[in-house]
Design a protein around this ligand. Structure first.
Ligand code: DC
Length: 212
């Protein structure tokens, strides 16, 4: 089974993806980490995330088995990832890895921005997770505080709005809900309610296609 989860920054898709994968015994891929790793390679080399040739070279050289997710979670890396991910040639370099990951048995939960639309258009279940920018900023600010990165919530909200605009407005695989994706708005849900709702969506999808 392949479950595709898409949604904007800080919508909770990573947490949902991890929990759904554990629930169904599937592998999990947070594809944001791929773009974050490309962005971090550029930042570490003192290059701009908009440097197309360097970004494509970094994407080609990527070794996802050596990721250190903690170092990739910084807000500056997320911002830079949003810039590199708008480069079509960078996205093209990362397609095969994502599709291969999805295809390996027993299947996977993959989360990102274009999973249901581009990477796995034939996914068994597609979920588009969202929440208002204010709620997402509040959750993200709490996460930053918990990890010791003090961040003003108004600044986090401004970053989230900028990121939404860039991720939805780009020409290459923009963030959008696939026509056959189920919308999960978690604005008024805590995490356990959201997980329950996501499982209900998957179960309804499985019944619809004969529970294979
Ligand atoms: O989900 P995230 O915050 O870790 O993603 C970081 C950036 O990477 C995001 O702003 C846009 C980009 N991204 C993408 O374009 N496509 C994906 N499948 C995943 C992330």
């Amino acid at each position: 089974m392949i479950i595709a989860i898409d949604g904007p920054a800080a919508s909770g898709k990573g947490t949902l993806g991890k929990q759904l994968a554990a629930h169904y015994g599937l592998r999990h891929l947070d594809t944001g980490l791929l773009y974050r790793a490309v962005a971090k390679a550029l930042l570490d080399a003192g290059l701009l995330p908009s440097d197309e040739a360097a970004a494509v070279a970094a994407a080609k050289a990527l070794d996802p088995s050596r990721f250190a997710p903690a170092a990739l979670k910084a807000s500056a890396v997320g911002e830079a990832a949003s810039v590199v991910s708008a480069i079509a040639a960078v996205r093209a370099e990362l397609v095969a890895f994502q599709r291969d990951f999805a295809a390996r048995p027993p299947g996977a939960v993959i989360d990102g921005r274009d999973i249901g639309t581009v990477i796995c258009p034939d996914a068994d279940v597609k979920i588009f997770v969202t929440a208002t920018p204010e709620v997402r900023a509040h959750r993200r600010a709490l996460e930053f505080a918990a990890s010791g990165q003090g961040m003003d919530e108004a600044a986090v909200l401004a970053d989230i709005r900028a990121r939404d605009a860039r991720d939805m407005g780009r020409a290459a695989a923009p963030l959008k809900q696939a026509a056959d994706a189920h919308l999960l708005d978690t604005t008024n849900m805590d995490i356990s309610t959201a997980i329950r709702a996501a499982i209900d969506i998957v179960e309804a999808g499985r019944v619809g296609r004969g529970r294979d």
